[in-house]
Design a binder for this molecule. Structure first.
Ligand SMILES: NC(=O)C1=CN([C@@H]2O[C@H](COP(=O)(O)OP(=O)(O)OC[C@H]3O[C@@H](n4cnc5c(N)ncnc54)[C@H](OP(=O)(O)O)[C@@H]3O)[C@@H](O)[C@H]2O)C=CC1
Ligand SMILES: CC(C)(CO)C(=O)C(=O)O
Length: 310
């Protein structure tokens, strides 16, 4: 199987690295100094589960240089999907699978606007990882996991084949009954902690110590659940409790990747997270005052970050 990983940051670098380390045919698309160093020295992954270094079949910034892929894993940010999806048109074949691992609730929707439905899978992942320096990925927390499936939730042959690939690479993975539900459960968690984390600039354990902020997280998550339900996602109040179990179990110092981007003045996934809830809330007539507050407070900084860094 020819695998292309597009975007070699925390997620693409960690999971792409694991696949390459298992001897699979992995090509990578990266750019800048990061790419130069990967081409020169390979990609290094320092992980709490064991370090490794891989040399890649192809590492490039040019889509025309990669072999025709059977599987494309997207390691870019959710707001980068439309631009990358347009580029992918030139290399996908009848049977190419495209697996988004981004946080956010509408990644599949975005892909389907540009690419044929038969090529698109749905997915998400858990890991805390980032580029520590060019050509080096650091995994610092979470037992990494990929959850994935067909967008119609069928247990197709290709999905089961993909499971074997992840198993071979030692990547914990699962195919849930309803992938959209899993995407939204994760989204409820990540949107809640990232927005308030972006505003307070402290780790999740510090946020939950404050009754006021904990209450704000609850209100934010409730708004997200209502928007999800309005969109037909089978979310229940028990999912809210599950999300808060995850929030309550976060070890000291954990932050979400989007929060780290906000704190570092980088373009973040704000528009795709709290901004998305505000937009969809309006569409479905659902009040989203907490998400609106977070979104409006963080938006000016986001606009600045996009002016300077995009
Ligand atoms: N990091 C984490 O711990 C987790 C992240 N996620 C989610 O995964 C997604 C990816 O996040 P993360 O890995 O942190 O993001 P990163 O910013 O670390 O990685 C994205 C990478 O994609 C590269 N990229 C984007 N566009 C292009 C392009 N056109 N050509 C070449 N390279 C490109 C970026 O390069 P450049 O920097 O030059 O723009 C960057 O290296 C997000 O949706 C995030 O929310 C989910 C779980 C955990
Ligand atoms: C919270 C976490 C680490 C879970 O994978 C995540 O998704 C992120 O930081 O973006």
């Amino acid at each position: 199987m020819e695998i292309l990983v597009y975007g070699i940051g925390g997620v693409g670098g960690y999971f792409g690295g694991k696949l390459a380390n298992a001897g699979l045919n992995v090509s990578m698309i990266a750019r800048g100094e990061h790419l130069k160093q990967i081409q020169k020295h390979g990609l290094e992954v320092e992980s709490i589960n064991g370090n490794f270094k891989v040399k890649l079949k192809v590492a490039t910034s040019e889509i025309s240089e990669v072999p025709k892929p059977d599987l494309i894993i997207l390691g870019i940010k959710s707001w980068q999907i439309p631009a990358v999806a347009k580029e992918l048109k030139s290399i996908i074949g009848e049977n190419t699978m495209i697996l988004p691992l981004q946080n956010g609730a509408d990644n599949v929707e975005k892909l389907l606007k540009i690419l044929p439905g038969k090529n698109v899978l749905a997915g998400l992942c858990f890991v805390v990882s980032f580029i520590e320096k060019p050509a080096k990925i650091k995994h610092t927390a979470f037992d990494p996991k990929i959850t994935f499936g067909e967008i119609d939730n069928s247990q197709s042959g290709r999905i089961l084949e993909l499971k074997k690939i992840f198993d071979k690479a030692g990547i914990d993975n699962s195919i849930p009954e309803n992938i959209q539900l899993e995407v939204w459960k994760k989204f409820m968690f990540i949107c809640t902690v990232s927005g308030i984390g972006g505003l307070t600039r402290v780790s999740i354990d510090k946020i939950r110590e404050s009754d006021y902020l904990f209450g704000m997280m609850k209100k934010s998550a409730k708004e997200i659940i209502e928007v999800g339900k309005a969109k037909g996602v089978p979310l229940k109040d028990t999912h809210l409790e599950m999300v808060f179990e995850i929030i309550n179990s976060q070890p000291k110092g954990n932050t979400a990747s989007t929060q780290r981007d906000i704190m570092n003045g980088k373009p973040s996934e704000l528009y795709n997270f709290n901004g998305y809830i505000v937009k969809e809330g309006k569409k479905y007539g659902i009040e989203t005052p907490v998400n609106r507050y977070i979104y409006e407070c963080l938006k000016p900084m986001e606009e600045e970050a996009r002016k300077t860094k995009e």
